[in-house]
Design a protein around this ligand. Structure first.
Ligand SMILES: [Zn+2]
Length: 531
């Protein structure tokens, strides 16, 4: 049986830009549009030309993307002609392949928010679609509040959708604007719509206010809709939009959808999904959700000993899909609850060949347990675990020694009489026979120490140049009589690899120093730097 085509429409740059604390620059938008294009997303909605300078600039030039680059805006205002509406004119002038209009489809909103008649709203939809078609654009209509509108007045909601379709709009998109509609309601209502408008012209735009935006999107597809709108990582105002990062693998990997539909995301592109998701967080300067389905660091992590031994025998036993299909990886957690099989599985993953009866395995397990008892968290710090394992098995070179460091924090008045705090770190390092001193100022003691430490490592410098700290988390633990500080540092390199290291001490600087050192040494090991 021939598979039907299912289209994906990304609105990260428009609806996703409504997220609290998200403010895309033009450079951000271009970079994200490029990633979406590479991924194979059919439509990328760039923004709202005419509404703000960034979006006007974005649509001022042809961006030369393979995707159908889409501009968003309102239908003509009530009481104006299409040729005499500056908002519509800006939209029609935008360098875009498609225009997505938004229009009211709930009679109550037409009356109260738009303060116009039902007929005038329909005329505005028809005129706007006609004007955009005349400009040679592909046209979409977002029917705002469609599901609430349909419940209140099905005839009018359908009339709005039908007006756009009859005028030649390629897609009529049903929006659950308030995000409160449930999957069974979506399925029923979309089914009704598809009796009037062919499903291959119907789209779904779901918000996540009951945490069912993804489920609602699938419900719409089951009922006949053939376009799904969503955002990367479920960005969007309030609780977000339907998360394309969860939708895409389900469409590609679950037979219910994979057997029936073709999406434009290739198997090779799917393998980049975890990277795309993390790269967006990186750009937004946010820590990634460790528990995100498919792409989160914990998505394929298993803790208990009995599971780990089964995973070594047959990975499929505890995984619903293979982690590498979405660019993620299996992780067997090492913790105080862990048995020998977890440790063995993790050693196998990092490529350390050890006989399972080697006495050093028992020794490593003992060290892990001792250290976790005083606050180390190896299940979160995979790179520190790897170093510990390699050291216990005797395979980490001693690349360099930090013979001394000194951090000075000074608060004083500057030349302008403002109160400032200045931090400087001086680090003495011995690489081979060479002694080196580096100093750096930072915005705090840990930052200064990090900068000084990574400033000059002599012959090893080239291996750590692309090392970047992406997250720094501190936790005070009350273990027994005195409080200790646990520091977790997440690092990344140009290859897009990420790793986490841990340090524990009553002193936050010492704890940070340990985690920093582990990160650097891990990077040297990973880069196969010569000893
Ligand atoms: Zn929306």
């Amino acid at each position: 049986m021939a598979r039907e085509r299912l289209y994906l429409f990304d609105t990260t740059l428009r609806d996703g830009a409504q997220t609290n604390g998200v403010d895309f620059t033009l450079a951000d938008k271009l970079a994200i549009a490029g990633m979406l294009d590479d991924l194979g997303i059919d439509y990328v909605e760039g923004g709202y030309p005419g509404a703000n300078p960034t979006d006007s600039e974005l649509f001022a030039e042809d961006r030369d993307l393979g995707t159908t680059f889409t501009a968003f805006g309102m239908t003509r205002r009530p009481g104006r002609s299409a040729s005499n509406d500056p908002g519509l004119a800006a939209l029609l002038d935008a360098k875009a392949d498609a225009i997505c209009f938004v229009a009211k489809s709930w009679d109550y909103h037409v009356k109260v928010a738009l303060e116009t008649t039902e007929e005038e709203n329909l005329a505005s939809i028809r005129d706007s679609v006609k004007a955009a078609k005349a400009k040679g654009r592909e046209v979409l209509l977002d029917c705002e509040h469609f599901f609430d509108g349909y419940k209140a007045n099905p005839k009018y909601a359908l009339a709005c959708a039908k007006a756009a379709y009859d005028e030649g709009a390629r897609w009529v998109v049903l929006c659950d604007t308030n995000g409160g509609t449930l999957p069974h309601e979506v399925e029923k209502i979309v089914g009704e719509v598809c009796k009037v408008i062919p499903g291959d012209h119907v789209g779904i735009h779901a918000h996540n206010d009951t945490e069912q935006a993804v489920a609602n999107s699938f419900a719409a597809v089951r009922a006949g809709a053939r376009q799904i709108q969503g955002t990367l990582n479920g960005l969007g105002e309030r609780c977000g939009n339907a998360n394309l990062v969860s939708l895409i693998p389900t469409l590609k990997l679950k037979p219910e959808f994979a057997d029936k539909f073709d999406v434009n995301v290739s198997d090779a592109a799917l393998k980049k999904l975890a990277h795309v998701s993390h790269a967006l967080d990186e750009r937004l300067n946010r820590a990634s959700d460790r528990h995100a389905p498919y792409v989160g660091e914990s998505a394929f992590a298993t803790k208990a000993g009995i599971h780990a031994s089964a995973i070594v025998k047959d990975p499929a036993t505890y995984e619903h899909v293979a982690p590498d299909t979405v660019g993620n990886r299996r992780k067997v957690l090492v913790s105080e609850q862990a048995g020998k099989s977890n440790v063995l599985a993790e050693l196998e993953r990092i490529g350390l060949k050890v006989d399972k009866d080697d006495p050093r395995i028992a020794r490593l397990l003992e060290i892990v347990k001792e250290r976790e008892a005083i606050g180390y968290a190896y299940e979160a710090a995979d790179a520190s675990f790897e170093l510990l394992a390699r050291r216990t098995l005797g395979t980490v070179p001693n690349y360099f020694d930090v013979t001394q460091f000194d951090i000075n924090v000074e608060q004083r008045n500057n030349a302008r009489g403002d109160r400032v705090t200045v931090t400087m770190a001086v680090v003495k390092v011995k690489v081979g026979e060479e002694n080196m001193i580096s100093a750096a100022e930072g915005n705090g003691p840990v930052n200064a120490l990090d900068l000084a430490l990574r400033k000059d490592l002599g012959k090893y410098q080239k291996y750590i140049d692309d090392l970047k700290l992406t997250d720094y988390r501190v936790r005070i633990l009350n273990g027994g009589t005195e409080a200790v500080t646990r520091v977790l540092i997440e690092s990344e390199d140009k290859a897009g690899d990420r790793w986490t290291t841990v340090g524990v001490s009553p002193n936050i600087i010492d704890a940070s120093f340990q985690a920093l050192m582990d990160s650097i040494v891990y990077k040297l090991v990973k880069s196969k730097a010569p000893a």
